[in-house]
Ligand binder design. Structure first.
Ligand code: ADP
Ligand code: MG
Length: 486
């Protein structure tokens, strides 16, 4: 033995002794005896302390359960550049072969280089395998990449509750209050665009950060996750990427539908998911559709998604939209006339982001001295509201087409005239509004001169009956229908 190696050996005992002092203070006597006493320090090269452990499982258990305290010990004993490596002494041939890719302990060895199977490598059966752990510096540099993704502004407090989101909000809160401990793991939130998925997920993250400062929380969009992984693979840092995510307490992945068709990303996500789930760490995901409709995602992933709780965010009803508008205006210290607010909540019903966009534009223009008129509000709404599957035409368009067809004024559809032709035209317009705008009966009534929703129901029923009974009416309806389908 050269002097140098002897010194290093000496060093590794001294360093491990000081680590153990810190670890002992932070673990139960039982855990200390079971998991730390069997460890023999192997060597130390100035940065990496190599520990000899009896089995692969032993090492994985240490990493999954004691990584934080071990890292703290290394920070103090070596410094933040310090790293842990493991020397595994088991006879690898005695290790049970991984039977299925679903065996998370054996298959998803986070430290095994891709494409290399340590269990079947004949040269590898003589108790040697060194695997490395993160230094705090490496970990912190990874964490910094995702640090700014969580926006403090999103909270439970400013997430307005309604029938549309009550269950999602309350399960979200339960998870935020007891991350990893509830049955809601993973928690999967799904719903259409602009319905508050990201807001709610970030509220969970902020709540955990505020109440559990020791927990490592990362929010990342599925797109960003994919980009970072590709970058890591390009620079041969795939293992480090995986290791980083496997050490989190809370992983939030937004818009998982974007993982569709990305096989390598799904594979890595699958191992991370298993490791986190196995060690009781919280996983939260969002998607723009229910898991059953996530085509392009592997079945084994979809099965995992169903382990916890899946809950949806629906379109907010009128009262919730009203509450959201008032909340957003208050937050910005802005006001809008009541009739404009009324118009907005009745005209934008399916997407809170669009609603927010409309109040932003209007208050912006108003701050710049432009009077906020109904005309202006209408223009803004027409620019903002997107025609979607559930909405094939805007209400203005329906009214224009129908009044053109009957050669009357749009305003006549809205006023109180009881002239027979006008009444029929008005009822047909309401019928098409229901058919094509996706608006609620209440909102349709609003756009027809503030009529009650029961008037709208009556109109729709009357037209449905007349189509059966009167050839002439059937013809009108078919003609008008063609104009929308052009
Ligand atoms: P998604 O991720 O579902 O597409 P977001 O979470 O980005 O939607 O929400 C879009 C906007 O609407 C955000 O500004 C968000 O604050 C707001 N929002 C959605 N739902 C609510 C709600 N229930 N209360 C308050 N704001 C909401
Ligand atoms: Mg979102």
């Amino acid at each position: 033995m050269t002097n140098e190696t002897a010194e290093q050996e000496q060093d590794c005992y001294v360093i491990w002794e000081s680590c153990l002092r810190i670890i002992r203070e932070n673990t139960t006597p039982d855990a200390f005896m079971t998991w730390f006493e069997p460890i023999i320090p192997h060597s130390f090269d100035g940065e990496a302390l190599v520990l000899q452990v009896p089995s692969h499982f032993f090492y994985e258990y240490l990493e999954a359960n004691f990584i934080k305290i071990m890292r703290k010990a290394i920070d103090i004993a070596i410094g933040t550049q310090g790293r842990l490596e493991y020397f595994i002494t088991e006879n690898v041939q005695e290790v049970e072969q991984p039977k299925t890719p679903d065996n998370p302990i054996l298959y998803n060895n986070p430290f095994k280089p891709y494409g290399q199977n340590n269990y079947t490598n004949g040269q590898n059966n003589q108790s040697k395998q060194v695997v490395s752990s993160f230094s705090r510096e490496m970990y912190e540099s990874q964490k910094a990449i995702y640090a700014t993704a969580l926006n403090r502004f999103y909270s439970f407090d400013n997430f307005i509750e309604g029938d549309c989101n009550r269950l999602a909000r309350s399960t979200g809160f339960a998870v935020a209050d007891k991350p990893g401990v509830t049955a809601f793991n993973p928690l999967m939130l799904y719903g259409g665009v602009g319905l508050g998925k990201t807001h709610l997920m970030q509220a969970i993250g902020n709540h955990i950060n505020g109440h559990f400062p020791g927990k490592e929380v990362v929010y990342v969009s599925a797109d960003r996750f994919t980009d970072q992984l590709i970058d890591a693979l390009k620079h041969n840092r795939g293992d480090a990427f995986k290791q980083f995510f496997m050490q989190l307490d809370v992983l939030m992945i937004d818009d998982v539908q974007f993982l569709a068709g990305k096989e390598k990303t799904q594979e890595i996500f699958f191992s991370i998911f298993n490791q986190l789930h196995l060690s009781g760490k919280q996983i939260i995901m969002t998607s723009d559709r229910p898991p059953a409709e996530l085509t392009g995602l592997e079945d084994r992933l979809l099965t995992r998604f169903k382990w916890g709780l899946t809950t949806d965010l629906k379109q907010p009803d009128l009262e919730t939209r009203m509450a959201i508008i008032h909340r957003k205006l208050d937050e910005r210290n802005q006001t809008l006339p009541d009739n404009i607010i009324d118009y907005l909540v009745h005209s934008i019903d399916s997407n809170v982001r669009e609603l927010e966009g409309a109040i932003n534009s209007l208050s912006g223009l108003s701050e710049n001295g432009m009077p906020v008129t109904m005309e202006l509000a209408k223009q803004i709404v027409e620019q903002i509201v997107q025609v979607t599957e559930s909405k094939q035409a805007g209400i203005e368009e329906v009214q224009r087409v129908v009044s053109d067809y009957f050669n009357i004024q749009v305003d006549e559809l809205k006023d109180k005239t009881r002239k027979k032709e006008i009444v029929i035209a008005r009822q047909i317009a309401m019928y098409f509004a229901k058919e094509y705008t996706g608006f609620s009966l209440k909102s349709i009534g609003y756009h027809f001169g503030g009529r009650d929703h029961s008037t709208v129901i009556h109109a729709i029923q009357a037209v449905t009956d007349m189509i059966q009974e009167k050839r002439e009416i059937r013809m009108y309806v078919e003609d008008i229908d063609k104009k929308f389908k052009k």
